[in-house]
Design a protein around this ligand. Structure first.
Ligand code: NAP
Ligand code: MG
Length: 484
C-alpha cells in the first residue's frame, strides 16, 4: 500500500431498474423464448444479474416474419427524413439514459465504468446521431443512383463491446431502410435488452427492431433463416468462416468483422512517453478484449530497453479490480472460458521461451481476472505472436529498419488495424501505405469515429462498418426483389 492509495469510488447501481427475467423482443412486444433460460452474470462477482430467455428456431421464424412485415408495410415506405427522426430520437434517449447504460454494461461485461461511461456509451449515441443524418441523404452517398434497402438484416454480435457493436449494426441498417433481428452474445445480453426499451420509448413501429437472446445455435438459426436478406456478423474468424459457408450461394449479402493481431510499431524517433501511453491504450483498453488491439508491439531495437522499462513502470500503476469503481483501469475478464483461453496461450508463450512479466496487482477472490502481462523476446513463429489472445497480454518483438517493421507487421493471417509511432510525418505516411491493415493509427491507438470506415483484410473479414462505406453494406442499386 503506497502512501497515496486511492480510496474506493464505486459508481452506484441505484440508477438501474432491472427486471429479474427478460424475454425476447419481437414485433414491438416482450415474449418468452421457447429455448431454455440462462443467467447472465457479472464476471467480477460471478453473481447472477438476471435470467435471460433463449430463442429457438420457431422464435427466430417469428422475429424474421415480424421484421419482414415491418419492412414491407412501414419502414421501407417511410420517407428517409422520417426514419432519421426516429434515429435522432433513439440517440437522444440513449444520451438521457447514458449513466444507466454505462452501469449495466460494466456490470454485465466487466469493463471499467470509466470506459463504458466515457467511450462505449458516448460512441453509441454518436453512431445513432451520425446515421440519423444520412437517412434522408442516401441518394447523395455516392453509392449509385436511387439506392434501396436490402430488406431484413440478421445481425450477430460479440461480448466485448455489447452496446457499441449493436449500434454499429443497427444504426446504418435502419438509416438505409432495413429492418433488423439482432442477437447479442450469450454473456452480455443486458444492454441489448435495455435498448429494446429505448426502441419502445422511441415509439418505433413494431418489428423494425427485434432482439433475440440465446447462444450460438440461436445465432446460427438466425443467419441461416431463408427470410433474411443480409447477414452482418462480428465475432471470431472460426464462426465467421462457418457463416460464410452457410450463406454461400443464397444471395444474402454478408459483412464479416472478425479477429485481429495488430502491430503497434514504435520507431526510435517517437516521443517515448506518448508511445508508452499508446501501447497501454492499445493492449490494456477493455482488458485487451478488442479485435483491433495493438497486441504485437514492434519496437525499434535501439530503443527497446528504454521502452520496455518505461512500459513496466507505467503498467505498475494500472489499477485492477471492481469494474464499477471509477478509479479502475483494468476490469474483469468477460467469462471463465475466455480466462482459460488467455491462460493457455500465455502458458504456450512461456513454453516457447518468451520472457513473461506481469504487473503486480491484487487479484480479487471471486470473478475472472488476469493481470496486465507482457512477453518480451517473442519470436515471429511463436503462437503468442500469431494467434489472437483477446486479453491483456502484449507480445514484444523488435526490428531494425522500416522495411523489417513492415514485413513483420504484415506477417499475420489477419489485417484489421495497426499503429505507427514516429516524429516524422513522411515516415508515418510511407509506412502506413505499405501496411495491410484496414485502419492505421498514427501516434494514437484505438480511436473510433462514426464517420470513419472500419474493417479488415484477409482473415479479419470483409466489408466496412462506419462512415459512408458502412451505409453501402445495407443498400443495393440492383433490381428490387418483390415486396416493397
Ligand atoms: P464468437 O464465438 O464468434 O461469437 C460471436 C457471436 O456469434 C456471439 O453472439 C455468438 O453467440 C454467436 N455465434 C456463435 N456461434 C455461432 C454460429 N455458428 N452461427 C451464428 N452465430 C454464432 O466470438 P466471441 O468469442 O464472442 O468474440 C470474440 C471474437 O470477436 C474475437 O475473435 C474478436 O476479434 C472478434 N471481434 C471482432 C470485431 C471486429 O469488428 N472485427 C469486434 C469485436 C470482436 P454466443 O454468445 O452464444 O457464443
Ligand atoms: Mg454477463
Amino acid at each position: 500500500m503506497s502512501f497515496l492509495e486511492y480510496a474506493p469510488a464505486p459508481e452506484s447501481t441505484a440508477i438501474l431498474h432491472l427486471r429479474d427475467e427478460y424475454g425476447l423482443f419481437i414485433d414491438g412486444a416482450w415474449t418468452e423464448g421457447r429455448g431454455a433460460t440462462f443467467p447472465t452474470i457479472s464476471p467480477a462477482t460471478e453473481k447472477r444479474i438476471a435470467t435471460i430467455s433463449s430463442a429457438d428456431a420457431t422464435d427466430v421464424d417469428r422475429a424474421v416474419a415480424a421484421a419482414r412485415r415491418a419492412y414491407e408495410k412501414t419502414w421501407s415506405r417511410m420517407p428517409g427524413g422520417d426514419r432519421g427522426k426516429y434515429l435522432f430520437r433513439i440517440a437522444r434517449l440513449l444520451q438521457e439514459r447514458a449513466r444507466e447504460f454505462a452501469v449495466a454494461e460494466s456490470l454485465d461485461n466487466g469493463k471499467p465504468i470509466k470506459e463504458s461511461r466515457d467511450v462505449d456509451i458516448p460512441l453509441v449515441a454518436a453512431w445513432f446521431f451520425y446515421y440519423a443524418g444520412w437517412a434522408d441523404k442516401l441518394d447523395y452517398a455516392g453509392l449509385g443512383a436511387a439506392p434501396r434497402a436490402l430488406g431484413v438484416a440478421a445481425q450477430v454480435i460479440p461480448w466485448n463491446f455489447p452496446l457499441l457493436m449493436l449500434a454499429w449494426k443497427i444504426a446504418p441498417a435502419l438509416a438505409a431502410g432495413n429492418t433488423v433481428v439482432l442477437k447479442p452474445a450469450e454473456t452480455t445480453p443486458l444492454t441489448a435488452l435495455l435498448f429494446a426499451e429505448v426502441v419502445q420509448q422511441a415509439d418505433l413501429p413494431p418489428g423494425v427492431v427485434n432482439i433475440l437472446t440465446g447462444a450460438g445455435d440461436t445465432g446460427q438459426a438466425l443467419v441461416e433463416h431463408p427470410g433474411v436478406d443480409k447477414v452482418a456478423f462480428t465475432g471470431s474468424t472460426a464462426v465467421g468462416r462457418q457463416i460464410a459457408r452457410a450463406v454461400a450461394g443464397t444471395g444474402k449479402k454478408v459483412t464479416l468483422e472478425l479477429g485481429g493481431k495488430a502491430a503497434n510499431i514504435v520507431f526510435d524517433d517517437a516521443p517515448i512517453d506518448e508511445a508508452v501511453e499508446g501501447i497501454v491504450d492499445g493492449i490494456f483498453f477493455n482488458q485487451g478484449h478488442v479485435c483491433c488491439a495493438g497486441s504485437r508491439l514492434l519496437v525499434q531495437e535501439n530503443v527497446h530497453d528504454e521502452v520496455v522499462e518505461r512500459l513496466k513502470t507505467r503498467m505498475a500503476t494500472l489499477r485492477l479490480g471492481d469494474p464499477l469503481d471509477k478509479n479502475t483501469d483494468i476490469g474483469a475478464i468477460n467469462s471463465a472460458e475466455q480466462l482459460e483461453r488467455i491462460r493457455a496461450l500465455s502458458a504456450a508463450g512461456e513454453e516457447e521461451g518468451a520472457e513473461r512479466w506481469s504487473a503486480p496487482c491484487v487479484i480479487p477472490d471471486t470473478g475472472f481476472w488476469f493481470a496486465p502481462t507482457i512477453f518480451d523476446n517473442v519470436s515471429t513463429s511463436s503462437r503468442i505472436a500469431r494467434e489472437e489472445i483477446f486479453g491483456p497480454v502484449l507480445s514484444i518483438l523488435t526490428f531494425r529498419t522500416p522495411g523489417e517493421a513492415i514485413a513483420k507487421a504484415n506477417n499475420t493471417p489477419y489485417g484489421l488495424s495497426a499503429g505507427i509511432w514516429s516524429d516524422k510525418g513522411a515516415k508515418i505516411l510511407a509506412v502506413a501505405d505499405r501496411l495491410r491493415a484496414g485502419v492505421v493509427w498514427a501516434n494514437a491507438f484505438n480511436r473510433f469515429d462514426p464517420a470513419s470506415p472500419f474493417g479488415g483484410y484477409k482473415e479479419s473479414g470483409y466489408g466496412r462498418e462506419g462512415g459512408r462505406h458502412g451505409l453501402g453494406a445495407y443498400l443495393t442499386t440492383g433490381p428490387s426483389k418483390g415486396g416493397a
